[in-house]
Design a protein around this ligand. Structure first.
Ligand SMILES: [Zn+2]
Length: 511
């Protein structure tokens, strides 16, 4: 039996752009559009031309998309004017976008309160708007706003709205859970009823995540009949976000109950790029990745407990629901105090360090990690520090740069300005040099001190030049004026590789 096709519709650039604190530039939009087209989504909603300069500019010079249909978003015509004379609709017609997704009301409460027009006028607006685009040979979709809330209150009217658009020739009727409050059981029930009136091959789902069910609601809608799923990368979107395509795509392609019956255009080799795609958006937004993101988060395949780790080493299926490489993610074995030798061995393996598990150096490393964790280090998140420690104990690390001393002071001036200054003495190839710098806080001052004198670091300076401090966290481990402080630092280089390291500082606080 041939599989039924599910179409993937991405709205990161339209609904995703509604997120608090998100302001895409035109470059960002082009970069994201290219990544999505490369991934292979069926539709890409680029924005709302005519509503703002950014979106108009984007549609004036849209990026070249391969096999992905550029879609422009807009709203049904206003009451009291013809579709031909509606400036909003003209702006959409003037784009080269082959598909148009028009939002319109399907909840009578919104027609009365938000629009203040009669129910008949709203139906007329839907009908005339649909007619205009279909006449102009656009692929037309009707986004039925608040469809599920509308259906619960007045099913006849909600159905009349979508049937009006469908009877005019809409390719897709998209059922929207705009407020995101509908639960999976209700979605299943309502979609089943609707698909008796409009064929599932013409239905789509647009779910919001206000009950954390946007992905579940989308999957349920597919099982109940819809064949188009709308969502965003990383679930970006206003309030609690939209349905997360980064979780939906692997569930549709890797889970048997879906993959046996359905197919999507995104094939296995592209599913493998999902982790990269998710991180690209974080990078564009300058956000830290969500460690616990399903499928693609750095913790999604992280194992800590000794028992788990030893089982995973025998067969990863014991504690993993899929092979992480299928979505481009990696297994992460976390070394912790409760872990045994098997943790250490798995982790050494990950860094390509070849050593026999009975070599006494493995026990030395384990003891060292445990001792260090006892005084406050935590190697859970500090991969780079663990690797350095391991290589040092294995005797693989030469002396690159020696830090003989450093001195950091924090001063408050009479005007209230707080300045940190740092001085450090380094040795490279038997040559001593003094580095000095100021900064906003002690870590920044030390970073600047090294950076200001980077050319004195001889043959290593070229490796250090493009290093950037991304983030650091400070944690006081014990209270009192003689506090031990753990500083966790994230760094990155020009190629976007990032790593975590850690150090303990003694802070002497005086009141
Ligand atoms: Zn939405």
């Amino acid at each position: 039996m041939s599989k039924e096709k599910i179409f993937i519709f991405d709205t990161t650039l339209r609904d995703g752009a509604q997120t608090e604190g998100v302001n895409f530039s035109i470059d960002d939009k082009n970069k994201i559009a290219k990544a999505l087209s490369n991934l292979g989504v069926d539709y890409l909603e680029g924005g709302w031309p005519g509503a703002n300069t950014l979106d108009t500019t984007f549609f004036n010079k849209p990026p070249k998309l391969e096999n992905t249909i550029l879609t422009a978003f807009g709203m049904t015509k206003k009451a009291g004017r013809s579709a031909e004379n509606d400036p909003g609709l003209s702006a959409l017609l003037n784009t080269n976008a082959p598909a148009i997704c028009l939002v319109g009301k399907s909840w009578d409460f919104h027609v009365d309160v938000a629009l203040g027009i009669t129910k008949e006028e709203n139906l007329e607006n839907i009908k005339e708007s649909a007619k205009l685009f279909i006449k102009n040979k656009k692929e037309f979709m009707f986004d039925a706003e608040h469809f599920f809330d509308g259906y619960k209150k007045n099913p006849e009217y909600a159905l009349a709205c979508i049937k009006t658009a469908f009877d005019e020739g809409a390719r897709w009727i998209v059922l929207c859970d705009t407020n995101g409050g509908t639960l999976p059981n209700e979605i299943g029930e309502i979609v089943s009823k609707v698909s008796k009136q409009i064929p599932g091959k013409n239905l789509g789902i647009h779910a919001h995540n206000d009950t954390e069910n946007a992905v579940a609601n989308s999957l349920t809608a597919v099982l109940a009949g819809v064949r188009q799923v709308q969502g965003t990368i990383n679930g970006l979107g206003e309030r609690c976000g939209n349905a997360n395509l980064i979780s939906l795509i692997p569930s549709l392609t890797l889970k048997k109950s879906f993959s046996d019956n359905f197919e999507i255009k995104i094939k296995k080799d592209k599913v493998k790029t999902l982790t990269e795609c998710s991180r690209l958006l974080d990078e564009i937004l300058n956000r830290k990745s969500n460690r616990r993101a399903a499928y693609v988060g750095p913790s999604a395949f992280a194992h800590k407990g000794g028992l788990h780790v030893s089982a995973v080493s025998k067969d990863p299926k014991t504690y993993e629901h899929i092979d992480p490489s299928l979505v481009g993610n990696v297994r992460n074995i976390i070394v912790s105090d409760q872990a045994g030798k098997s943790n250490i061995m798995s982790r050494l393996n990950k860094y390509g360090i070849k050593i026999d598990k009975n070599d006494p150096k493995v026990q030395t490393l384990l003891t060292e990690v445990k001792d260090r964790e006892f005084i406050g280090y935590s190697y859970d998140g500090a991969d780079a520090s663990f690797e350095l420690l391991a290589r040092r104990i294995m005797g693989e690390i030469p002396k690159y740069i020696t830090i003989h001393m450093y001195d950091v002071t924090v001063k408050k001036s009479a005007s209230g300005e707080i300045i940190s200054s740092a001085k450090a003495q380094l040795e490279v190839d038997k040559k001593l040099s003094i580095c000095e710098g100021e900064g906003n806080g002690p870590v920044n001052a030390l970073d600047n001190a090294i950076r200001n004198n980077i050319d004195n670091l001889g043959k290593y300076s070229k490796y250090l030049k493009d290093l950037k401090l991304v983030d650091y966290k400070v944690r006081i481990l014990n209270t009192g004026t003689n506090a031990t402080t753990r500083v966790s630092i994230e760094s990155t280089d020009r190629e976007g590789k990032s790593w975590f390291h850690q150090t303990l500082l003694k802070l002497h606080l005086r009141h």
